[in-house]
Design a protein around this ligand. Structure first.
Ligand code: URP
Ligand code: ZN
Ligand code: ZN
Length: 466
C-alpha cells in the first residue's frame, strides 16, 4: 500500500476551505486532518508533498473536449495522448470527450471507435458523451443500453444542417427517451437552418473574412434555439444541459426557465468569458484562430455570463477544447469563413483562467472549484469519486500556487496546436503538482505521468437533480 501525504495546504472544495493535511492511500483520499492536529501529526507516508502556502484543490473535470474530432474535412489536432497530457499540465484530471455517431450507423460503432482512439493513450481519466447525429428507432433503443453501461449523456445539434443537425421531432424523441432512461440531453443551441441562409447571403455579398462568422451566427439565433430546446424538454419531461452558452440573451432564457423551477442547466467556456468579437476581427486572417460555434460575442455579453456563473443560472465552465492549427487547418477557410474548422484550444488553460477570475474578484475560490470540478462531476455522474476532496474520493489532487505568475503562450503550452487563444495574457496562479488517483503526474512542473495511466470511467446518471 502506497501512502502519500499532502501537507500544510489550504484545502479548497466547493463546500469549504480548511488548512488540512490530505492522506492518500492506494489512489484514494483516505483522510483529511487539520494541519498540526495530533491526528495529522501521527500520519506517516512513503512520500510527503509540502503544500504550505499553496492551495490543494480537486483535479479539474473538463466535461467538454474534442480530441481527434473530425470536423470540416480535417481533425482536431490534439490526440488523446497529447490532449490529456496538456490537461494534466493545466490541473485537469478528468475529461469527458465526445464520441460521434456516423449517420446511418449504430451508436455502438461510434462509441467503439472512440474507445479505440483513447484506450491506452490517456494520461488522466476519461469518459465519453455520445453525439447523436441520426435519431431513429434503432438509435433510440441503443440509448437505453448505453445509459445502462455508464454512457449517460447525449449531445444533439440544432446547428450544422446536413451534418450533425437534428430536427425538432428528432430532438423531442431523443428527449422523451432520455426522460425514460435517465440520460442527459446536451444541446448545441443555434438555429442552424437560419444561420445557413445568413452564411450564404454574406458570402454572396463578398463578406468572407473570419469576423463574419460571428456576425451571421446571431445572438438571437442562439437565444431562439435555447428557448426552443427548453420548451421541447418541458414537453418531453426531460432535464436539459445547454453547452457552450455565449449570448446574454441565451443566459436570459436559461435564467427564466430556472426561475420556473425547470431542470435546465447551462455551460459556458473560458473563450466566451475572456475573448470577444474583437479577436475575430483581428487583422489579416488572424481572426480564424477564434472561430468556434457558438461564436465569440461582443464583450458586453461577458457580464451576463459572469453573473450567470455567480447566480447559478450557469453551472459549469468546460473548455469545448477543439484545437485546429492555424497553419494548414484554420487556413482551409481563407476566402470563405464558413470553411474555417470550428473550435478553440483551451484544455490546459481553464483552471488558470478561472483562478484569474478569483484574483479579479469575479467569483469566489469555492465557486471556482464548484464550476470547474464539483458541478461537472455531479452533472455527469462522476461524483463522489471526482470533483471533490473527501475520504473515499479518487486522489485527483492539484497543488496550486496562487501567487506565481505566468504568461500564457504557444511557446510554453503543451497542447498540440500552433497558437494560443490567450497569447501573452498574464495570469496569477499556476499548477505546481498534480496527482491522478494518487500517482504524481505533474511533479513541481515536470511531467511524470505516463501514457495509458488514464482509465475509462463509466458514469452514473446526472446527480445534479438529487
Ligand atoms: O466550435 C466548436 N464548438 N467546435 C466543436 C464542436 C461543437 O459544436 O462543440
Ligand atoms: Zn457544439
Ligand atoms: Zn464541443
Amino acid at each position: 500500500m502506497t501512502r502519500t501525504l499532502v501537507k500544510g495546504g489550504l484545502v479548497i472544495t466547493a463546500a469549504e476551505e480548511t488548512y488540512a493535511d490530505v492522506l492518500v492511500e492506494d489512489g484514494k483520499v483516505a483522510a483529511l486532518g487539520a494541519t498540526g492536529s495530533s491526528v495529522a501529526r501521527g500520519w506517516t507516508a512513503d512520500r510527503t508533498i509540502d503544500a504550505a502556502g499553496k492551495y490543494v484543490v480537486p483535479g479539474g473535470v473538463d466535461a467538454h473536449t474534442h480530441f481527434e474530432f473530425p470536423f470540416g474535412g480535417t481533425s482536431s489536432s490534439d490526440t488523446f495522448e497529447t490532449g490529456t497530457r496538456a490537461a494534466a499540465w493545466g490541473g485537469t484530471t478528468t475529461v469527458v470527450d465526445f464520441a460521434v455517431q456516423t449517420r446511418g450507423r449504430a451508436l455502438r460503432e461510434g462509441l467503439d471507435a472512440w474507445h479505440a482512439k483513447a484506450a491506452g493513450k490517456c494520461a488522466i481519466d476519461y469518459a465519453f458523451h455520445m453525439i447523436l447525429s441520426d435519431v431513429n428507432e434503432d438509435t433510440l433503443k441503443e440509448m437505453d443500453l448505453l445509459v445502462d453501461e455508464g454512457m449517460t449523456s447525449f449531445k444533439l445539434f440544432m446547428a450544422y444542417p446536413g451534418v450533425l443537425y437534428s430536427d425538432d421531432g428528432q430532438i423531442l424523441r431523443a428527449m422523451q427517451r432520455a426522460a425514460g432512461n435517465g440520460g442527459l440531453i446536451m444541446m448545441h443551441a443555434e438555429n442552424g437552418i437560419a444561420i445557413d441562409v445568413l452564411v450564404r447571403q454574406a458570402l454572396e455579398a463578398g463578406k468572407t473574412d473570419p469576423r463574419y462568422h460571428g456576425e451571421v451566427r446571431r445572438a438571437l439565433l442562439e437565444a431562439e434555439a435555447t428557448h426552443r430546446a427548453i420548451q421541447l424538454a418541458r414537453v418531453a419531461g426531460s432535464p436539459l444541459y445547454v453547452v457552450h452558452v455565449s449570448a446574454e440573451e441565451a443566459v436570459a432564457e436559461l435564467a427564466a426557465a430556472r426561475d420556473k423551477g425547470l431542470p435546465v442547466f447551462g455551460e459556458t467556456c473560458p473563450q466566451y468569458l475572456f475573448l470577444s468579437t474583437d479577436n475575430l476581427a483581428e487583422p489579416g486572417f488572424e481572426g480564424a484562430k477564434y472561430v468556434c460555434s457558438t461564436p465569440l460575442r461582443p464583450r458586453e455579453h461577458q457580464a451576463a455570463l459572469w453573473r450567470g456563473l455567480r447566480t447559478d443560472d450557469l453551472q459549469v465552465v468546460s473548455t469545448d477544447h477543439c484545437p485546429f492549427c492555424f497553419s494548414g487547418q484554420k487556413e482551409l477557410g481563407r476566402g470563405d469563413f464558413s470553411k474555417i474548422p470550428n473550435g478553440l484550444p483551451g484544455v490546459e488553460n481553464r483552471m488558470d483562467l478561472l483562478h484569474q477570475a478569483v484574483v479579479e474578484g469575479r467569483i469566489s475560490r469555492r465557486r471556482w472549484i464548484e464550476i470547474a470540478c464539483a458541478a461537472p462531476a455531479r452533472m455527469f455522474g462522476l461524483a463522489p469519486h471526482k470533483g471533490t476532496i473527501a475520504p473515499g474520493a479518487d486522489a485527483d489532487l492539484v497543488v496550486y500556487d496562487p501567487r506565481a505568475t505566468q504568461v500564457l503562450s504557444a511557446a510554453t503550452h503543451h497542447m498540440n496546436v500552433d497558437y494560443s487563444a490567450y497569447e501573452g495574457k498574464e495570469v496569477t496562479g499556476r499548477v505546481e503538482t498534480v496527482l491522478s488517483r494518487g500517482e504524481i503526474v505533474i511533479d513541481e512542473r515536470r511531467f511524470t505521468g505516463r501514457t495509458g495511466h488514464g482509465r475509462y470511467v463509466p458514469r452514473s446518471t446526472c446527480q445534479y437533480l438529487a
